[in-house]
Design a binder for this molecule. Sequence first.
Ligand code: PMP
Length: 426
Amino acid sequence: MSRSQSLFQRAQQHIPGGVNSPVRAFKSVGGTPLFFKHAEGAYVIDEDDKRYVDYVGSWGPMILGHSHPQVLAAVRSQLEHGLSYGAPTALEVEMADLLCSLVPSLDMVRMVNSGTEATMSAIRLARGYTGRDSIIKFEGCYHGHSDSLLVKAGSGALTFGVPNSPGVPQAFARHTLTLPFNDLAAVERTLDETREQVACIIVEPIAGNMNCVPPAPGFLQGLREACDKHGVVLIFDEVMTGFRVALGGAQALYGVTPDLSTFGKIIGGGMPVGAFGGKREIMQQISPLGPVYQAGTLSGNPLAMAAGLATLRLITESGFHQRLTDFTTALLRGLQALADATGVPFTTTQAGGMFGLFFSEQREIRSFADATGCNLERFNRFFHQMLQSGVYLAPSAFEAGFTSAAHGDTELTLTLDAAKQAFAAL
Ligand code: PMP
């Protein structure tokens, strides 16, 4: 028995499902989840000392690759000064200044501890600001696990077939209107019909929790216009896309300005972090300036700020996102060529350093139905073939993949060699 197998057995005794977050359990792909003990650059190393090229990157934060020396040094240096004070720090001021300078739609920003907290708080703020109760989200988009947002949700909720979680009262779910992603007409119709009951629209500007589905041309701009017309707060959930698809996030890539944005992952450099921010007029409603309550014992934690600041400084270097995008494009081109050569129906999507792999006859993926209509059994076999050859993909067909600055020619060759065998085995 491998060490991962024996750890997984032991884990199930005292941890539900043996994991602290559902998709880690390998339930949809089958088999035993790998337990990791080390990560460096583009690689993760499991408890049995096997190395894998990593395309999960802790689900997005590790854009520089793992254990980047400057990020580790920043954390080490802060470590000498204590772990948490529960009081303001210069690091938080630096973080807020940097975020607001990199993302023009941010006038003010509040730090929290996870993406879930960021979206939950942004929605409360939108409700408090507008005095309205309903929210619009899109099918297959995942915004964390707060009650209002576990309605037709993506990610693990989709992977495990429980997009509407038990435990969310009907009275809450009633206020969450779920519409098809990329369907602007449905948004306009709903806003016309509901007449000033909708507080906000929350959207992943590039959906990354039902695999990776880019917005249709005009979709985000259309949301902006519909929100302006109806006095609705537009929230871009950039927890995944922020600082990854472009330095200024998806809003920079598509040139659409939301009222509020949420972030996480990269801005913590691998430490637990989230943030929400936006227009001053709205952000001023947050406590202690305004009446909308929001707080956190560890919010703005100095270690998280140190890791996040070091990461953000490194990714602002000129050409960073272009190199990341170029690597990702080369990877996807290589995979597509291999699939085509073996006649396996396959297509890919990409936004900067974020990508989707679809075992699908369909060439263009635009909707939840497109994304979920792919061949799951084939994905699962591909996943395990790749794993065997030392390539770690997300253990679910409904998650985006992530590249890092540490991925280069060696990793590209390794990945494509593995994929050649994997496609052939399908
Ligand atoms: N929003 C999006 C777009 C996400 O991808 C995620 C997590 N993958 C979240 C929110 C929730 O973040 P967290 O897991 O940090 O709570």
